[in-house]
Design a protein around this ligand. Structure first.
Ligand SMILES: [Zn+2]
Ligand SMILES: [Zn+2]
Length: 66
C-alpha cells in the first residue's frame, strides 16, 4: 500500500514530511510501481517515520504568540 510519511511531534501532531524537490508527498510502494505502473494504490497508509523531540511548527508559533 502506498504511504505518506509523518513526523510525530511531542504535541501529538502528525506532520507530513517534506519531499525534496517539491515532489508528491505520497510514496509509491513496490506493488504500485510494478503492478500498477507507478499509479498509487486507492488506499493510503499513514506512517510515522520518526519522532521529533520538539513541537510542530504550528504549536511553536502558538507558544511564541502567547
Ligand atoms: Zn501502494
Ligand atoms: Zn503541534
Amino acid at each position: 500500500m502506498c504511504y505518506i510519511l509523518y513526523t510525530l511531534h511531542v504535541c501529538q501532531h502528525w506532520i507530513p514530511q517534506p519531499q525534496p524537490g517539491n515532489g508528491p508527498i505520497l510514496r509509491i510502494c513496490k506493488d504500485a510501481e510494478v503492478m500498477r505502473l507507478g499509479r498509487p494504490c486507492p488506499e493510503t497508509e499513514h506512517r510515522v517515520a520518526n519522532r521529533s523531540q520538539g513541537m510542530c511548527e504550528k504549536c511553536l508559533w502558538n507558544n511564541v504568540s502567547k
